[in-house]
Design a protein. Structure first.
Length: 377
């Protein structure tokens, strides 16, 4: 069987597993606000799905996203999830021979998009105490070459949960500006951060801010996100977009309703998510050789180091899977550092986290010394 079939069958199995506890994909399982459900019900009842949405997205949503970011003067182009924006931006800006720079770990798909158009990819390692699990702007500046066209920064970083400080954003922007490079600032997890600085406030002409409704609003399956950038850049992105017939109208109605209830609804989701992180941290600290290198995480997920305990990440993932709990092995994010950690998503019901922590000591013992040959993705 071809690899894509094996991979798809894996996810199909997961999707069709009743009562699976999804703690591996940073999805948000909080109970939706009734207004979001009502907006979708209304859209279905009114049979709005017969029409195409406007090519760049419903105006109310475009304006709502720009207002949510506070990036007055910049423009939003809706996409079928943030990943579609990333695909499109990479395909629009990169040419064969260009260089694309990101961190290691990073979110991997944009590297595939860059390579698929003939660009080369350079990764700056940031995993480890020696780097503080973050990107020092000087290291970015030193990595840049005349071929560097795009810098891709995931902030907060997935999987690490570290977020750039204002001074780091200043430094990253300076490095990008000096090189005349585009800066893709992937802010998919921004809403979970304790403090977050948008690079676009410093470098509006060439920063491309990536926005998602999958995480903070919990709409992953509805596939709705956006790219926000200078109107000149968006004009370029809008000239040959992958979905010129508009993104899913049901998803857009849900997202508009979500922005309206955000101030009322999201703080509760955030505090529950942070309490979940604490529960996990307390449980991990009791296991010899296990640790949480970045705490608290600025994302809705956290990294747990397992290698010093002699426990394989894949074996832990497989052991939890047998209990109906999905978590992620580090190798999903990085072949270089992947053996060191697992990643656990925390925007989930506290009952799932209670189960996760209650199982941890026995799962560690099951996993210890095992060399799972299961294929994970
Ligand atoms: C850093 C990062 N960017 C983008 C995405 C994709 O988001 P969306 O569901 O909006 O396509 C993810 C999904 O996990 C992600 O981790």
């Amino acid at each position: 069987m071809k690899n894509f079939e094996v991979r798809n069958a894996h996810f199909d199995r997961l999707v069709n597993t009743p009562n699976l506890r999804w703690m591996g994909q940073n999805t948000n399982h909080a109970t939706p606000h009734p207004a979001v459900l009502e907006a979708m019900e209304r859209c279905i009842r009114d049979e709005e799905f017969h029409i195409y949405a406007p090519p760049a997205g419903l105006e109310e949503l475009r304006q709502g996203i720009v207002a949510d970011l506070g990036l007055t003067g910049l423009a939003a182009l809706l996409s079928d999830g943030a990943v579609s924006s990333l695909y499109h931006v990479c395909h629009t800006l990169l040419r064969p021979g260009d260089e694309f720079i990101t961190t290691d770990p990073t979110w991997n798909w944009p590297m595939s998009f860059a390579r698929s158009v003939g660009a080369t990819v350079k990764q700056i390692p940031i995993y480890g105490a020696e780097h503080g699990y973050r990107l020092a702007p000087e290291r970015l500046a030193a990595a840049i070459t005349p071929k560097t066209k795009v810098i891709y920064v995931v902030d907060p970083n997935n999987p690490l949960g570290s977020a750039c400080t204002p001074a780091e954003i200043d430094g990253i922007v300076k490095a990008a500006r000096d090189a005349g490079a585009y800066l893709i600032h992937d802010c998919t997890y921004r809403h979970f951060a304790y403090d977050h600085t948008l690079a676009a406030t410093r470098y509006p002409e060439r920063t491309i801010t990536i926005y998602s409704f999958s995480k903070w609003l919990g709409l992953a399956g509805l596939r709705i996100g956006a790219v926000v950038a200078h109107p000149d850049l968006v004009e370029q992105f809008a000239s040959a977009p992958p979905n010129n017939l508009g993104s899913n109208i049901l998803s857009q109605r849900a997202a508009i309703a979500g922005l309206k209830i955000k101030a009322e609804w999201f703080p509760g989701v955030l505090s529950q998510q942070r309490a979940n992180q604490k529960m996990i941290k307390d449980a991990v600290d009791k296991i010899p050789g296990f640790s949480v290198p970045v705490y608290p995480s600025n994302g809705n997920f956290m990294v747990i180091e397992c290698q010093p305990a002699g426990v394989k990440a894949e074996a832990l993932v497989a052991a939890y899977q047998r209990h109906g709990i999905m978590i992620r092995q580090g190798a999903y994010h990085t072949p270089t550092f992947g053996d060191r950690f697992i990643k656990v998503s925390t925007s989930v019901p506290s009952a799932w986290v209670e189960e996760f922590v209650a199982l941890l000591p026995s799962v560690v013992e099951q996993a210890r010394g095992q060399n799972e040959d299961v294929k994970l993705f």
